[in-house]
Design a protein. Structure first.
Length: 435
């Protein structure tokens, strides 16, 4: 992943240094388990830990060995032997490369998931704070991009909060799905290594044993993991697009924070563009694109092949690093979002009261008018207002067919903005679990 869209903590998980450290821990734990079973000398396991625990693995040296061996795990084991000495012959007893590679990948994905869950928690905190801040701030709700009926800006943010709570739950489930360990040897039969070794390594690495690993951990687990990342990215995009629409000049109900010294255009000094949320839309596309190759990785040949390997070397780091960056950026956008209640109110009133048309329709039906006739009466007074020809309330009061069913004060009551917000607290209690 390019540095522009990377953050250090997530990037570190995927560094060669981290990968080789995890490889060492898997091998060393397996050797300790073998020693406890009496397969290898206990002293050898102790030496491996003593010499490898604080060792700095030379990435360049491992790469140089791999250039000759054409095998990454053998290259690492050769370098480890250079560090450990003769006791290294007891490393990797009964194991196969996939035991190391697959278990390591799942450790990395679990650690990445932990960071992503932490990211979502930060976003949830920002959404909750801003939602309560604007719990009763009136704004117009839109369907098909067209003014519909009044909502509050707090409800918009509460909806996003609920969506990202679901995102968090999905990430937790995806973490659990992929948190498995395989130390089962060639073709997964445990012929040359005791299943208790797998149990020991799994516990030490914070994983659970894979029930049946053939020679690889089944890739349906990974497909689900990356699919979840794609869904979370889609939620990032949905909220980003909301901000982008609200920042349009013709709307301008909210906009991204514009810092001192920031410039929006090389040609037009007046520009304040929604560059952060536009960027998030693009990043979401990338995260979603990684889900398809993960699904295609599920269909491997027989007990194993390595067609999945090159894919995962790319999508593992790129998907998690990109989503980590996107969630952090979105949290910043929401935390500093500039919100304009006065503009919201002006836009709410822009259609001359048409947003109350459903209340008039319902009032007419309650007064005995058929729904078809009520719809016709309301629409015939609404359409001139839509064209800029008059005020909706005034036209209704002047319509003899309407006033035959409703008194003027009953019509005026239909234009009460607060009517639309009587259940805001109920919705908030459902979302946030608070009175």
């Amino acid at each position: 992943m390019i540095p522009r869209y990377s953050r250090p903590e997530m990037t570190a998980i995927w560094s060669p240094e981290s990968r080789f450290r995890i490889w060492f821990e898997i091998e060393a734990h397996a050797t300790t388990a073998l020693a406890e079973l009496g397969v290898v000398p206990r002293e050898a396991a102790e030496v491996i830990w003593a010499k490898g625990r604080d060792a700095v693995f030379d990435v360049a040296r491992i790469d140089a060995i791999e250039a000759v061996t054409k095998h990454d795990v053998i290259a690492f084991l050769t370098h480890l032997a250079e560090i450990v000495g003769p006791e290294a012959r007891f490393v990797h007893q009964g194991m196969t490369s996939s035991d190391v590679l697959d278990t390591c990948l799942n450790v990395q994905l679990v650690r990445a998931a932990d960071l992503l869950i932490k990211d979502v928690d930060a976003l949830l905190a920002a959404l909750k704070r801003r939602a309560f801040e604007h719990r009763m701030t009136p704004t117009i709700g839109r369907s098909h991009g067209i003014h519909a009926e009044p909502v509050t800006f707090g409800l918009k943010l509460a909806q996003a909060y609920a969506e990202f709570e679901r995102a968090r739950a999905r990430l937790v489930a995806a973490r659990d799905e992929v948190a498995t360990c395989a130390i089962s040897g060639a073709v997964g039969t445990f012929a040359n290594i005791d299943p208790r070794v797998e149990e020991y390594v799994a516990k030490a690495m914070g994983l659970t044993p894979e029930p049946v690993s053939t020679q690889v951990i089944p890739r349906d687990r990974h497909a689900m993991f990356f699919a979840v990342l794609g869904v979370v990215a889609s939620s990032v995009e949905r909220l980003s697009i909301e901000v982008r629409h609200l920042q349009r000049t013709e709307v301008l109900e909210a906009e991204e924070f514009f810092s001192e010294g920031q410039k929006g255009s090389s040609a037009m000094p007046h520009k304040r563009n929604p560059v952060l949320t536009e960027n998030l839309t693009g990043l979401a596309r990338m995260v979603r694109s990684y889900a398809l190759p993960a699904m295609e990785n599920v269909a491997l040949w027989h007990e194993r092949d390595i067609s999945h390997s090159s894919v995962e070397r790319m999508i593992g780091p790129d998907a998690t690093i990109t989503l980590d960056f996107a969630l952090g950026r979105l949290t910043g956008v929401i935390d500093k979002l500039l919100i304009y209640p006065e503009t919201m109110r002006r836009n709410l009133d822009k259609l001359g009261g048409l947003v109350h048309s459903q209340r008039v329709l319902l009032a007419l039906t309650q007064a005995g008018v058929s729904r078809e006739d009520a719809y016709r009466l309301v629409q015939r007074n609404a359409m001139p207002v839509w064209r800029g020809e008059g005020d909706f309330l005034a036209l209704l009061k002047a319509d003899a067919d309407v006033t035959a069913a409703l008194k003027p004060e009953q019509i005026e009551e239909c234009f009460d903005l607060g009517y639309h917000f009587k259940h805001v607290d109920t919705i908030f209690s459902r979302v946030f679990g608070e009175a």
